[in-house]
Design a protein around this ligand. Structure first.
Ligand code: SF4
Length: 177
């Protein structure tokens, strides 16, 4: 199930240029869930094509993962104004689409705080849960969930970059062929 091209289920519809749908291998057993589209994503209609996308690509490449091997999406499919965090209501409105994207997969990777807030209800520090293997319920089934840093958090933090690299190694060695 995808949003209708004119989806108006939440107020993020008011400022968007494009609805940003998942990209990559849409049948992959591994799904990355980021926060929300930014300016470049809104203009192109594709997730993680701006600065964060370049960092994500670089780290994946360093760890020998082809970006096209995974599916990449966001908690909400429309850009929040001024790149603010999506609200609980907006994430809730968009959740049925995300649930369908995550359904039947082997691993869900939560990229950053908003994704972890939406999928785990977690409000604490990312450092306390990063790369801890957990489980979330997706449409009645438990699915492995790995929380990690958003690529944007890696711009100025060596620790975050190293942790995101570790996430990629976990995926490469355990869940991607
Ligand atoms: S964010 Fe999701 S629910 Fe809200 S308008 Fe966009 S597609 Fe619809």
């Amino acid at each position: 199930m995808r949003p209708e091209p004119d989806c108006r289920l939440c107020r993020l519809c008011e400022n968007r240029t494009n609805i940003v749908l998942p990209s990559g291998n849409l049948s992959s057993q591994v799904v990355f869930v980021g926060e929300a589209p930014g300016e470049n994503e809104d203009l192109s209609g594709k997730p993680f094509v701006g600065k964060s996308g370049k960092i994500l690509n670089a780290i994946m490449e360093e760890e020998g993962i082809d970006r096209s091997a995974v599916m990449i999406t966001n908690t909400v499919k429309c850009r929040p104004p001024n790149n603010r965090d999506p609200t609980k209501e907006e994430m809730g409105a968009c959740r049925p689409f995300l649930d369908r994207e995550m359904s039947g997969r082997k691993v869900i990777v939560g990229l950053g705080k908003s994704a972890c807030r939406d999928l785990l209800g977690y409000e604490g520090k990312m450092a306390d849960i990063v790369n801890t293997e957990m489980s979330i319920n997706v449409l009645g089934k438990d699915v492995l969930f790995i929380p990690t840093y958003h690529p944007a958090a890696c711009i100025y933090s060596r620790e975050s970059r190293d942790a995101l690299r570790t996430t990629m190694r976990i995926l490469r060695d355990g869940y991607l062929e």
